[in-house]
Design a protein around this ligand. Structure first.
Ligand code: ADP
Length: 444
C-alpha cells in the first residue's frame, strides 16, 4: 500500500483502546450485583423466616403474623433497594455533569450525535463557532446540512452520508474532513471536523463524538501565501525568459564563450523549473474547478515527455514501453506529473544511468512507471517522501536541490483523477515511481 493510502475499514471492527479511566470503577453496585444481593436475601428469608417465626411463637404462627412477616420482607428489601439505587443514581448524575463540564470546557466545538443521526449534545464552543445558541444545534443532522449550507473546501455540497458523524456512526474510526459552513450572519467558516464512534455494536456505532475546529485563520494565511507565491513566480518568469533568450543569442554570436553561456542557460532552465513548480502548486489550489477534461492516450503523452526529456538530458539512457492507454482527464496536469517523475529520475541518477518508463493497462487502470538506477531513498525516509516540502536528500552530499513540491503536487493531481501513486526504492540501487488512473471504457 503506498504511503498516504491508509483508509482501513477493517480497523473499524477493532475494540476501542482502553484509556486511563476510573469512572467505571466509581459506579457502586452494578445491576447484576443488586439483583444477586436481592436474590440471596430473599432465599435466606424464605428458608429461615418460617423456622425463626415457628421457634419464636412455638409453632403457632397465626395468619396476621405471616402477613406481618411478608410485609417486613417487602419493607426491608425496598429500603435496601432504595438506598442502593439512589447511590447509583447520584453517581451517574455526577458523572454526567462531569462529562458535560468537560465538554463545555473544551475550546473546540463538540457535538454528540446518536444512532438516528440526531445531535443530542452541543457545547458552547460549537454554538460560538456557528453563531447560534448551542440548543439550536440539537436535532436532526440533515437539518444542519441545509441550515449551514455544508460544503467541501472545493465548494461542492456535502451529502448527509458524507458527513464525518454519519461515517463514524457507520463504524468508520477517526474520520477527519475539512468543510465550509455558512453561519446565519452570512460569514463562511472553514472547519476541520473529526468524528469517532463511541459505543460500537457489530458494525454500527450508537453514538458519534464530533469535534469542530475553526481553521479559517490558517486557511486565510494559506491563501495569502499562495497568492504571494503565485505573484512572485509570475514576476520571476519574465526576466528568466529574457536572460535565457540572450544566453542563447550570445552562444551563437560569441562561440568562444559558448561553454560559459551554456552553463548560464542550464541554470536558468533550472530556475525556471523551480518557478514553474511553485506556480503549479499554487494554481492547483486555486483552480480545483473547471479544469478541462478530455480523452487522450496516456501512452502518447508519455512518449512526448520522454522525447523532450531525452533532448534536455542527453547523457541518460531512456527506454519507453507504451501500450495504447486511453484516459479521460486533465491532459496538461497529467503531463506535469509524468514530467515531474521523469525529471526526478534524471536528477537523482548519475549520467549514463538507465531510465526505463512504461505505460500499461492493468485491471481497468492505466499505470505509468518510471524506474531509475540512481541514489534511491533510504528506507527510514521513505514514509515522508510525499509530504509537501520534504526532500529526502536535503543537506547531504547528494542533495540535488529542489523545493520538495513535485511529488506532493503529483499525488494531488492523480488523486483528483481517482487514482493513486506509490513507489519502491532502495538506497544506492534506484527507485521506481508509479501512478495509476482509471482507464477509459474501451481500453484494451
Ligand atoms: P523536489 O522538487 O525537491 O525533487 P519532489 O517532491 O519531487 O521534490 O521529491 C521529494 C524528494 O523525494 C526529493 O527531494 C528526493 O529526495 C526524493 N526523490 C524523489 N524522486 C526520487 C528518485 N527518483 N530517486 C531518489 N529520490 C527521489
Amino acid at each position: 500500500v503506498p504511503p498516504g493510502h491508509t483508509l482501513d475499514r477493517g480497523a473499524a471492527r477493532e475494540p476501542p483502546a482502553r484509556s486511563g479511566s476510573r469512572w467505571r470503577r466509581r459506579i457502586p453496585w452494578s445491576p447484576g450485583r443488586i439483583v444477586l444481593a436481592y436474590a440471596l436475601v430473599a432465599i435466606a428469608w424464605v428458608v429461615l423466616s418460617d423456622r425463626v417465626l415457628d421457634a419464636a411463637v412455638d409453632g403457632r404462627a397465626s395468619g396476621w403474623l405471616q402477613t406481618l412477616k411478608g410485609g417486613g420482607f417487602v419493607a426491608v428489601t425496598s429500603c435496601c433497594l432504595f438506598v442502593l439505587i439512589r447511590r447509583r443514581d447520584r453517581m451517574v448524575r455526577r458523572m454526567a455533569s462531569e462529562v458535560r463540564a468537560t465538554i463545555e470546557s473544551m475550546g473546540d466545538g463538540v457535538l454528540i450525535v446518536d444512532g438516528r443521526r440526531d445531535v443530542v449534545e452541543a457545547n458552547q464552543a460549537a454554538g460560538d463557532l456557528l453563531g447560534v445558541p448551542p440548543e439550536e444545534l440539537l436535532g436532526p443532522l440533515g437539518a444542519w446540512v441545509e441550515r449551514f449550507e455544508l460544503r467541501t473546501t472545493a465548494g461542492e455540497p456535502l451529502a448527509l452520508a458524507q458527513l464525518a458523524s454519519s461515517r463514524a456512526l457507520a463504524g468508520e474510526r477517526g474520520v477527519t474532513l475539512s468543510a465550509i459552513l455558512r453561519r446565519p450572519d452570512g460569514r463562511d467558516v472553514f472547519v476541520a471536523i473529526s468524528s469517532s464512534p463511541v459505543v460500537e455494536t457489530e458494525d454500527r456505532a450508537e453514538l458519534a463524538v464530533t469535534t469542530l475546529r475553526d481553521v479559517s485563520a490558517a486557511r486565510r494565511l494559506d491563501e495569502l501565501r499562495d497568492d504571494f507565491l503565485s505573484t512572485a513566480a509570475h514576476e520571476l518568469k519574465t526576466p528568466l525568459a529574457v536572460v535565457k533568450a540572450y544566453a542563447q543569442l550570445l552562444q551563437r554570436r560569441v562561440p568562444a564563450e559558448a561553454q560559459a553561456l551554456l552553463v548560464i542557460e542550464r541554470q536558468v532552465n533550472r530556475l525556471t523549473r523551480l518557478v514553474q513548480h511553485l506556480l503549479d502548486t499554487t494554481r492547483l489550489e486555486l483552480d480545483a474547478h473547471g479544469r478541462p477534461r478530455e480523452r487522450f492516450d496516456l501512452g502518447r503523452l508519455a512518449r512526448d515527455v520522454i522525447e523532450r526529456t531525452r533532448a534536455s538530458a542527453p547523457r541518460h539512457a531512456f527506454t519507453l514501453e507504451a501500450a495504447r492507454a486511453p484516459v479521460v482527464g486533465d491532459r496538461e496536469r497529467l503531463e506535469r506529473v509524468i514530467d515531474s517523475l521523469v525529471e526526478n529520475a534524471v536528477r537523482f541518477s548519475p549520467d549514463g544511468g538507465a531510465i526505463d518508463t512504461r505505460v500499461e493497462v492493468l485491471d481497468g487502470a492505466v499505470v505509468f512507471s518510471v524506474q531509475d538506477t540512481g541514489l534511491g531513498i533510504p528506507a527510514e525516509r521513505q514514509a515522508r517522501v510525499f509530504e509537501r516540502h520534504y526532500r529526502a536528500h536535503a543537506g547531504r552530499p547528494d542533495d540535488y536541490g529542489g523545493l520538495g513540491l513535485g511529488l506532493d503536487m503529483s499525488r494531488e493531481i492523480v488523486a483528483r483523477h481517482g487514482g493513486r501513486m506509490w513507489f519502491e526504492s532502495e538506497a544506492g540501487r534506484g527507485s521506481t515511481f508509479h501512478f495509476s488512473v482509471p482507464a477509459d471504457g474501451d481500453a484494451s
